[in-house]
Ligand binder design. Structure first.
Ligand code: SF4
Length: 473
């Protein structure tokens, strides 16, 4: 275990994240307080493999991080691809520098000198920032808004899932009432956002296509009746799990104006799919994809995850080769993030406690860097270009999640939510609404409770929270 003592109550999150990036397999504990209260001798500190004492007084966050980066890099011999950046949106830095009129060389040099970012990642951040800027140019994101609708049901629960997701089988009796609550929230949006431009709609989850064709029709139909959809540039339904996709659901979505869907394999290996608790097979993915193409969907995204338990770079190469045959319009490459609340996290914790985790559940030991190379190369070979990127806590190899798309097929909503340039009104249990107070202005959020029954019982309060947020000066 790494114990880090700091002499003031600040920067804990960043210090923790940076140490964790250097020491991914160790527990890291950051303790803030009066140095006089800390044990003087290291042998008095139980359980600590390394003890670090940091004086943060009078130093900026950047200065503290630079100091840690230099020291830990020397100690471990590691260079981190994103340097000392601990935030989730490194492309924002590149974007801001471009807006200040800096040249490509100046942007890259700045990222390297100030944050120790590798040449490769600086170039990626720059490429994405430029592409995002170009895509955003085409929409009036400053005066518009977007809608997110969360459907918290899935066919089964994946091993790594930390989202709000209930198995549809045991909860199907709740769906109709849930839709009624969403309709109440849609009514609020219709009243409060009348006259404003609705740019994108994203129905995610969970797995929205666990709803029946009739339920989907009722939900989307209500949305279209109550809101002015003429200005919508993109309407996504994350179909996600192929075992939830049927011809009648695809037909409903197509007929009702859905422009973009996701069919997510995560891996094209049947063994892995079984291991991670997805009930579908590789051939289900292929069948669902072909069915959607036949029904005329010309913007299909696929998600894959690198670093899944038991997978090596060879599995990723196989996944990419299989995906290539399908020719998706958009590919999102995630690195596995083991989050609190997931079954995988609990299993890992158990392993730490008694060392008894079965080999099959262990996280991939292959280098995420190698897998990342395979995925990135594969995406480019398919003609897909990177257009958004974000990082998460506890992400495999301290890397990033990247969205790639064909020219003209990039997911606009993904950019809007990632760059935080537009207000997003989120409907449904466990969703978070974000208000952007003018371009580049402050951002405030309000959330809907996660507990499904509580959400349904307190729908008035959920709406009131939004009303208050959007009435603020
Ligand atoms: S499909 Fe997504 S939301 Fe559903 S259980 Fe799997 S990871 Fe969770």
């Amino acid at each position: 275990m790494q114990i880090i003592y700091i002499n003031e109550d600040k920067y804990q999150y960043d210090i923790h994240s940076l140490f964790k990036a250097f020491w991914p397999h160790e527990e890291v504990r950051v303790i803030a307080g009066n140095p006089g209260d800390f044990p003087e001798k290291e042998e008095d500190i139980t359980g600590a493999d390394f003890v670090t004492r940091i004086n943060v007084t009078g130093k900026t966050k950047d200065e503290v991080k630079q100091e840690i980066y230099r020291r830990e890099s020397e100690k471990t011999g590691k260079l981190l691809p994103w340097g000392d950046l601990t935030g989730i949106r490194p492309t924002r830095i590149a974007m801001n520098l471009i807006e200040e009129g800096k040249s490509d060389t100046e942007v890259t040099a700045f990222m390297k000198e100030h944050y120790f970012v590798s040449d490769e990642k600086s170039a990626l951040a720059l490429e994405i920032a430029k592409r995002e800027k170009e895509i955003l140019k085409r929409i009036d994101y400053k005066n518009g808004y977007s809608i997110y609708i969360g459907i918290p049901f899935c066919p089964t629960t994946c091993l790594y899932c930390s989202f709000l997701s209930l198995p549809i089988g045991a909860n199907s009796n709740l769906v109709d009432d849930y839709i009624k609550c969403l309709q109440r929230e849609i009514d609020y949006v219709a009243e409060s956002f009348a006259g404003k431009t609705l740019d994108t709609v994203y129905i995610g989850g969970g797995t929205p296509t666990t709803l029946s064709a009739d339920q989907l029709k009722r939900l989307i139909g209500y949305l279209k009746n109550r809101l002015d959809m003429k200005s919508v540039k993109e309407f996504t339904v994350e179909s996600g799990r192929p075992d939830s996709i049927t011809l009648d659901k695809l037909r409903v979505m197509k007929k009702m104006g859905v422009t973009r869907i996701s069919i997510n394999p995560q891996s094209m290996s049947d063994d892995t799919l079984k291991l991670i608790g997805r009930r579908h097979s590789v051939s289900d993915v292929i069948d669902a994809f072909n069915l959607a193409r036949d029904e005329g969907f010309d913007n299909i995204n696929m998600d894959i995850i690198l670093g899944l338990p038991g997978e090596t770079a060879m599995n990723v190469r196989h996944t990419i080769d299989e995906i290539k045959k399908l020719r998706p319009d958009d590919l999102t490459v995630h690195c596995l993030a083991i989050k609190r609340g997931s079954r995988l996290f609990e299993a890992m914790l158990e392993k730490e406690k008694n060392g008894s985790l079965s080999v099959s559940l262990q996280k991939s030991t292959d280098s995420t860097e190698e897998m990342m190379e395979v995925a990135m190369k594969g995406a480019r070979e398919m003609g897909l270009l990177p257009y958004y990127l974000y990082r998460q806590k506890n992400i495999s190899g301290n890397f990033e999640n990247t969205g790639y798309a064909l020219e003209g097929k990039a997911g606009i909503y993904n950019i809007l939510i990632n760059e935080e340039v537009q207000s997003i009104v989120a409907l449904g249990a466990g969703t978070v609404t974000k208000r952007v107070f003018g371009y580049g202005g402050r951002i405030e959020r309000c959330d809907n409770v996660k507990d499904l029954k509580l959400y349904m019982n307190s729908i008035d309060e959920m709406i009131e929270r939004k009303r208050k947020l959007f009435e603020k000066e």
